[in-house]
Design a protein around this ligand. Structure first.
Ligand SMILES: [Zn+2]
Length: 157
């Protein structure tokens, strides 16, 4: 935490970022406590879960490329099938591999069919977090091909 003196020297932007970090710290602490309260936990790595689940996203059913690193929306993440806030445990039977975006999108906006989830992920890749309305955003190199790969995933739904 920052003392009064340091705080007074921050710009408005830096204060905003600092408030955001404080909120995140609180969320992470509460989530970690909730995980402990929900019962015993398994130890695992993202790599193990990726191998176990065949590098396929449990939410949109398209491929997860392990080369993508957080915070990339396509990077691999661990999804809790029963959410921690709903009493889900951090155990192997309650986790599955998911794209980082599919994972947070599912928690934030509820479950979707795999086809819907793929469309949302493709939109995110193409248009960034501000959606298609942002004309000033130039898609990253390869975004078109990546979005195509995601929406064309063979798995039905
Ligand atoms: Zn996905």
């Amino acid at each position: 935490m920052l003392d009064q003196d340091r705080w007074s020297r921050l710009t408005e932007e830096e204060r905003k970022a600092e408030r955001h970090r404080a909120i995140k710290r609180g969320q992470n602490r509460r989530r970690a406590r909730r995980m402990r309260e929900n019962g015993p936990r398994d130890s695992y790595t993202l790599l193990q879960i990726g191998e176990r689940d065949g590098w396929r996203c449990v939410i949109c059913h398209s491929t997860v490329n392990r080369e993508f690193k957080a915070p990339d929306p396509c990077s691999p993440s661990v999804h809790h099938l029963v959410e921690i806030v709903a009493g889900g445990t951090d155990t192997l039977d309650n986790i599955a591999l998911a794209h980082r975006f599919c994972n947070s999108d599912s928690y934030a906006w509820g479950p979707k069919t795999p086809a819907e989830a793929r469309q949302r992920l493709a939109d995110r890749v193409l248009h960034g977090k501000h959606g298609p309305g942002r004309r000033d955003r130039v898609p990253d190199a390869g975004a078109d091909a990546l979005a195509d790969d995601i929406t064309r995933a063979s798995e039905g739904g």
